[in-house]
Design a protein around this ligand. Structure first.
Ligand SMILES: *[C@@H]1O[C@H](CO)[C@@H](O)[C@H](O)[C@H]1NC(C)=O
Ligand SMILES: *[C@@H]1O[C@H](CO)[C@@H](O)[C@H](O)[C@H]1NC(C)=O
Ligand SMILES: *[C@@H]1O[C@H](CO)[C@@H](O)[C@H](O)[C@H]1NC(C)=O
Ligand SMILES: *[C@@H]1O[C@H](CO)[C@@H](O)[C@H](O)[C@H]1NC(C)=O
Ligand SMILES: *[C@@H]1O[C@H](CO)[C@@H](O)[C@H](O)[C@H]1NC(C)=O
Ligand SMILES: *[C@@H]1O[C@H](CO)[C@@H](O)[C@H](O)[C@H]1NC(C)=O
Ligand SMILES: *[C@@H]1O[C@H](CO)[C@@H](O)[C@H](O)[C@H]1NC(C)=O
Ligand SMILES: *[C@@H]1O[C@H](CO)[C@@H](O)[C@H](O)[C@H]1NC(C)=O
Ligand SMILES: *[C@@H]1O[C@H](CO)[C@@H](O)[C@H](O)[C@H]1NC(C)=O
Ligand SMILES: *[C@@H]1O[C@H](CO)[C@@H](O)[C@H](O)[C@H]1NC(C)=O
Ligand SMILES: *[C@@H]1O[C@H](CO)[C@@H](O)[C@H](O)[C@H]1NC(C)=O
Ligand SMILES: *[C@@H]1O[C@H](CO)[C@@H](O)[C@H](O)[C@H]1NC(C)=O
Length: 657
């Protein structure tokens, strides 16, 4: 808690701390008492006039009156500060409608409503900052002592302060205190709605004003002296940090609305000396898409741990991640508040979408990731997604150094488009083919019945695998190493590689018929499209028959079960990556007779090649993910397949791969 540069080196420094503490604790009640007096006790009118005129004459710009609590010049006499304050309260009366500044606690949240044209004021007292609070247990007793000693005699404290401030001018103390860094951040939780059917482009945003000078305790659009540059909210988020030795004054101001808009705002504001309370992370979406179908989508976060880290379990105990999704559109309710966690949360609470969040260690290296399954989406629709860290009492540390405090973090938004029809369905968490997590060929009979479809595919794969292990058992795998078929590869490698390959071939990765990435392979082309029409615009010419309709690679699925039991419409397949085939040939004993198609044309009908730049997913492999927000990457996925005439051999143990 205690910054190392602040441990008092000698007693004089300590006295500084005590004195500052005393000043704050003893002066605050004194001020409010005077304020009460000013409001309640009748004062002869002539006297008010005199005082006001004196002050107004003396101060250029009546509202930026000089009465710096921390400046030494006034403190000595004892009367002047009271006098000053008295004047200020009189001036304050002239704007009597304005509410008083609300005092913020360090790391405390203020939730407010604000009307167009209004400005609300907040203050983080110096007493809330670490410099004064000090946080050192050893100091606390002494501070308390000093406090009680001084409480009967404020002059003592003032004297010390005067001395300290004198020092400050000399510069040494100023440097020491300059490390007092304060973060102020805010979120818009609700915004005015469009007044009428058209929603204009630019959403009116709130503006945050911050002053660290007691000369401007009500920073806002009118009182701009001593301001740090105003911070307009950006998509519902504002954040700034200042280095200061004084109280921090905050104004949140709402613009006047044109007739295009109607309503008011609500917002959250917080100040902290530890770091930003609310945060927005523009680095990346921190999320991969696994796949989407016509009504759901599956996502995972980036790795949450280093490969061999021991903190895997902590994410299971508390998963701080959430994902929110909104339909993209000009009328989207979230537009203008995309960086605000409270807005995302509030608006999503009304959503008909269903999110299921879990921690998974799939998709590479057994490292924990948060997984989101969003259901209830509309087909063929573009959605905006947002990953957030919800925040809470404990600070969340992200891999890569991000720190999330109580107000949470919103990551860069991303978009994806759901598939148009029911030919593909996202499956994951299969029992046997446990690395399958993508859209597979399906039909409306299986929509919203993932379990039945999973069972169908999984049990088939397991049967093939059982036959394979029988064959493998006949090969001398587990004999002494000199008799082994390869020093580098074992039968375990062979079995694993076969399983990866088998699951990818039997459970193809599916894409809509309407997708047209060149690496996709058309399948089942003679079935009817969802709207009842024929593929290729009904073209049944000899040419298209020869090229596609009569060729098994196009007219059938590589796995016969798909054609007989599942009966999808025409679909496209993102073929398994060719390295899955090469891997088995390399790993498995030659006696098993595995080989990959040599003919490039044949191979291209069965296997895909990885994108050398690794930007886009061009073929399927276990743990494949879709990168979001990658420049040049299409929003859609791709799959493709194999020569169906060879199906029996392809998946048979001794056939072609
Ligand atoms: C007040 O301060 C004096 C020395 O300045 C010290 O001896 C005394 O214990 C303090 N009194 C209290 C009540 O802490
Ligand atoms: C405040 O001080 C810290 C460290 O001294 C520095 O890193 C930071 O940039 C400063 N912030 C501002 C707004 O000046
Ligand atoms: C909304 O629009 C109507 C018609 O343009 C206008 O009369 C009304 O004043 C507007 N409301 C607000 C709050 O601006
Ligand atoms: C997680 O880390 C592993 C090992 O570093 C890497 O192979 C894998 O691609 C990463 N997965 C994700 C989703 O980032
Ligand atoms: C993780 O541990 C495994 C075995 O315990 C080791 O082979 C691997 O090199 C380690 N990886 C890292 C990044 O330390
Ligand atoms: C949720 O929907 C109800 C009914 O349509 C509406 O009154 C309410 O304002 C909505 N809440 C939010 C946060 O949009
Ligand atoms: C969301 O999931 C719950 C539990 O699985 C289910 O009862 C509910 O009907 C689902 N809602 C929607 C909109 O899908
Ligand atoms: C969504 O599906 C319906 C039928 O299920 C279809 O009529 C409609 O065209 C689809 N929407 C899009 C955008 O593809
Ligand atoms: C944003 O998140 C990334 C993790 O992808 C992290 O490395 C980075 O430090 C974060 N940035 C901020 C400002 O928190
Ligand atoms: C999404 O983020 C991009 C920057 O990555 C930004 O240009 C865009 O305006 C954002 N869109 C929405 C709807 O938030
Ligand atoms: C859907 O299931 C029903 C009953 O099980 C069956 O009669 C029908 O043919 C199936 N439809 C398709 C397209 O498979
Ligand atoms: C497994 O082998 C048995 C016996 O050879 C055979 O009858 C069965 O069809 C095979 N199953 C598969 C899925 O290949």
């Amino acid at each position: 808690m205690l910054p190392t540069n602040f441990i008092p080196a000698h007693s004089r420094r300590l006295a500084t701390v005590i004195a500052a503490y005393v000043l704050v604790t003893t002066w605050a009640p004194l001020h409010s008492q005077l304020l009460v007096n000013a409001a309640d006790v009748p004062i002869p009118a002539s006297r008010i006039d005199t005082i006001s005129q004196t002050v107004l004459a003396a101060v250029p710009g009546a509202l930026t009156h000089s009465s710096d609590d921390n400046s030494n010049s006034d403190v000595g006499s004892g009367y002047v500060p009271a006098f000053d304050y008295f004047d200020r309260s009189l001036l304050g009366r002239q704007e009597a409608q304005e509410p008083p500044s609300e005092e913020l606690k360090d790391n405390g949240l203020a939730k407010k409503e604000i009307k167009p044209g209004e400005t609300l004021y907040f203050v983080l007292k110096r007493s809330q900052s670490r410099l004064i609070r000090s946080g050192d247990d050893a100091l606390e007793g002494q501070e308390a002592q000093g406090g009680s000693n001084a409480s009967g005699d404020t002059t003592d404290a003032k004297d010390v302060i005067a001395e300290v401030d004198g020092d400050d001018k000399g510069g040494t103390l100023g440097k020491r205190q300059a490390g007092n860094r304060v973060w102020v951040s805010a979120n818009t939780c609700r915004q005015p709605a469009a007044n009428g059917s058209e929603t204009p482009k630019d959403r009116p945003q709130l503006v945050m004003y911050v002053s660290t000078s007691s000369k401007n305790q009500r920073p806002g659009p009118e009182i701009t002296d001593n301001l740090v540059p105003p911070v307009p909210f950006d998509q519902g988020f504002a954040s700034i940090d200042v280095n200061t030795t004084s109280d921090v004054y905050i104004g949140i101001s709402a613009p006047l609305l044109s007739k295009d808009w109607d309503g008011s705002w609500s917002f959250h504001v917080a100040a902290s000396v530890d770091g930003p309370y609310h945060s927005y992370n523009a680095t990346n979406p921190f999320l991969y898409m696994i796949d989407t179908d016509s009504e759901s989508a599956l996502f995972i976060t980036y790795n949450l741990s280093e490969p061999n880290s021991t903190d895997s379990n902590k994410w299971k105990e508390r998963n701080p991640f959430s994902m929110y999704a909104f339909e993209v559109g000009d009328q989207s309710a979230i537009t203008g508040m995309e960086r605000s966690l409270c807005a995302l949360r509030d608006l999503y609470s009304n959503s008909t979408l269903n999110s299921t969040t879990t921690i998974t260690t799939k998709f590479g290296a057994n490292i924990p990731k948060s997984q989101f399954h969003i259901q209830g989406l509309k087909n063929g629709t573009m959605y905006n997604g947002f990953l957030t860290v919800e925040g809470g009492n404990d600070v969340v540390r992200l891999p890569g150094g991000g720190v999330v405090r109580a107000g949470g973090m919103v990551f860069q938004n991303f978009t994806w488009t759901t598939k148009a029809d029911d030919s593909c369905q996202v499956l994951f968490d299969l029992k046997f083919c446990d690395s399958v997590a993508y859209a597979v060929p399906s039909s409306s009979n299986f929509t919203r019945d993932d379990e039945r479809l999973k069972k169908l595919y999984d049990e088939e794969a397991e049967k093939y695998y059982t036959n394979f292990t029988r064959s493998l058992a006949q090969v001398a795998c587990d004999t002494a190493s000199d008799a082994q078929y390869s020093l580098a590869r074992t039968c375990e490698n062979c079995a694993q590689d076969y399983k990866n390959w088998l699951c990818s071939v039997l459970i193809p990765r599916c894409e809509n018929w309407s997708a047209n990435d060149e690496w996709l392979q058309e399948r089942n082309v003679n079935a009817l499209l969802p709207d009842g029409s024929d593929t290729f615009g009904g073209n049944v010419s000899d040419a298209i028959k020869e090229e596609k309709r009569d060729r098994f690679a196009y007219s059938k699925s590589r796995n016969p079960l798909i054609d007989t039991e599942i009966k999808p419409g025409p679909y496209k397949e993102m073929k398994p990556c060719e390295d899955l085939c090469f891997d088995i040939v390399r790993s498995c004993p030659a006696q098993l007779g595995f080989a990959c198609p040599n003919n490039p044309v044949m191979r291209a009908l069965s296997y895909g090649k990885r994108d050398p730049e690794e930007k886009e997913l061009k073929c399927n492999f276990p743990g494949a993910v879709v990168k979001l927000n990658v420049q040049g990457a299409a929003g859609s996925l791709v799959v493709r397949g194999q020569v169906a005439v060879l199906v029996a051999m392809l998946v048979g143990v001794f056939g072609w791969l």
